[in-house]
Design a binder for this molecule. Structure first.
Ligand code: SF4
Length: 395
């Protein structure tokens, strides 16, 4: 989207280049006026070269409200820009501004907990080519985040922004990623009571995932990225050399068997490998009992792929439609957790708008509504701070 210089963004959340850099856009809320889902949160690319050619233009201002105009058809969509929370600039007791610990992405709090992903330390670097974590951690966000800093930031986000979900990620840390994440998960569950999601590189010792579950983790996700082995190796050389695709798939399947349906997801980047392979990946993830999420490839400024073209609209549309359809066919209860709006990836429930209105569609939508009602007391319990047990491996 283009933002003309006379359009003020006063009060809106700033563009934040944290984590993989994919939060490089402007957070926008589109109202749908539909019972399926009332609004959709987006992180709209505005800095990248391709955004300058976009037919979409932001119009309006903080007082009269905003709209996005499609300059091809002059169609106009009313949107809101979420406000920057007051706690962003507040400091933790160690003196770190809270927005250097975590930022809101949609309604979720995103925190990169680990040291810089180890793929950036190889010579030549083995980082995923779309990623900018190696440039952001220590620059745009704190290099080290103590458990206390993370807990305080979670408390502020919960109290003042109504956040229910924190997403912790950490790139590749050898076999120590989960061990590093556990104290954060335990502290957040015991002292704040947020729902906690963890996204790390897969580890070979699957009992580590049991520890995460025992610590109270609510969601685990794996960045599969591509199904086509050549694309996987070309864009994710570190993951291809150190892990291999099979480990991602096996770890995802293991967690999907151990955790409640709808708790595990596999993330796919759409717009690079052939669309048929992306669709195959979506089907595979759903078949394993997890839900797929799609990250539309963004040629992020500063990444190795910043000059690559953005994907075609029609291709992305078919991928999104398949994502919803795969969840429907496998009766995965998507979108049942309270107040989780994700802006960086497209979730299957957002793709419901693209589904044909068949009997199967209405049956699945009714199932999702019932599942949401039935899950309310479960989430109310999980959103209360509670003591968590440690797994004793010697036992
Ligand atoms: S694993 Fe890849 S995408 Fe994740 S932080 Fe490391 S380089 Fe970036």
């Amino acid at each position: 989207m283009r933002i003309p210089p006379d359009v003020s963004l006063k009060g809106a959340r700033g563009v934040s280049r944290t984590r993989a850099g994919l939060g490089s856009g402007l957070e926008v809320i589109v109202s749908t006026q539909s019972r399926i889902k009332e609004e959709i949160w987006l992180n709209v690319p505005v800095l990248e070269t391709f955004a300058r050619e976009s037919p979409y233009r932001l119009q309006g201002g903080p007082r009269r409200g905003y709209s996005i105009v499609d300059d091809r058809s002059c169609e106009r969509y009313a949107v809101r820009l979420p406000q920057e929370p007051a706690w962003y600039t507040r400091r933790t007791s160690s003196g770190t501004p809270m927005n250097r610990i975590g930022v809101l992405q949609g309604t979720c709090l995103g925190i990169y907990i680990n040291p810089v992903c180890a793929f950036w330390n190889y010579a030549p670097a083995l980082n995923c080519r779309f990623c900018t974590t190696g440039q952001n951690v220590g620059e745009n966000e704190a290099l080290e985040k103590s458990v206390a800093d993370v807990v305080e930031t979670c408390e502020a986000a919960r109290r003042e922004s109504g956040t229910t979900f924190v997403h912790l990620n950490g790139g590749f840390q050898g076999s120590r990623g989960i061990a590093f994440a556990l104290p954060y998960v335990r502290a957040i569950k015991e002292r704040v009571g947020l729902l906690v999601g963890v996204q790390l590189a897969p580890e070979r010792d699957f009992t580590r995932y049991d520890e995460l579950v025992a610590a109270g983790v609510d969601h685990v996700s794996f960045c599969l990225e591509f199904l086509d082995p050549e694309w996987f190796e070309r864009i994710c050389p570190g993951k291809a050399r150190i892990h291999g695709q099979e480990l991602f798939i096996d770890a995802l399947a293991y967690c999907a068997r151990r955790m409640p349906s709808g708790s595990v997801s596999g993330e796919i980047i759409a717009g690079l490998e052939p669309v048929e392979r992306t669709i195959e990946a979506i089907d595979l993830i759903a078949r394993l009992g997890a839900f797929p999420t799609v990250c539309i490839f963004r040629p992020t400024v500063g990444s190795d792929m910043e000059d690559w073209p953005a994907p075609a609209y029609e291709d992305m549309r078919s991928v999104m439609a398949r994502m919803y359809d795969a969840c429907r066919r496998h009766w995965i209860p998507i979108g049942v957790a309270p107040n989780i709006e994700v802006s960086l990836v497209v979730t299957p429930n957002e793709a419901a708008f693209l589904a044909p209105r068949t009997l199967g569609f209405y049956a699945y939508e009714a199932y999702r509504r019932l599942a949401t009602l039935a899950a309310r007391p479960v989430f109310a319990r999980r959103l209360r701070p509670r003591h968590v047990e440690s797994v004793d491996h010697a036992a």
